[in-house]
Ligand binder design. Sequence first.
Ligand code: HEM
Length: 114
Amino acid sequence: MARARHRRAGSISGPDKHQPIPGKHLAGGQHFTFSKGVVYAPNLTSDKATGIGAYTDEELMRVFREGIGKDGRPLWVMPWAALKGQTEEDKRAVIAALRTIPPVTNQVPHSQMR
Ligand code: HEM
């Protein structure tokens, strides 16, 4: 767990992207508008309905390995390829850390690319 926390804090900027609402740690919702569409930071809390609580560990592994969401949707902006340097153990540690985030109900729209 300490290992996952360390990596998340120090290696890439993912957590910031997913943490826009004060008091709603990692609950997502912030959006970025580009010429090619609008991107929403997802809710990474363990809420089953609006977060990633309903993801199995293997479904989260697929996000990290292939950039495919639970429903089979390509997560275009999620920089999953940048996680290639992570070992299997690293990815499992990130999943374990994600599981500790308390649930926050916050329905976030899917990103839309033109
Ligand atoms: C260790 C770091 C990261 C973890 C654990 C992580 C985890 C996830 C997960 C589990 C999803 C799927 C959420 C869902 O189905 O609602 C997701 C989607 C997404 N991630 Fe990440 N992510 C990380 C880093 C990043 C970074 C660095 C960025 C941007 C620079 C990013 C941008 C996004 C976006 C925009 C989506 C939603 C895409 C869409 O709605 O189509 N992520 N992430």
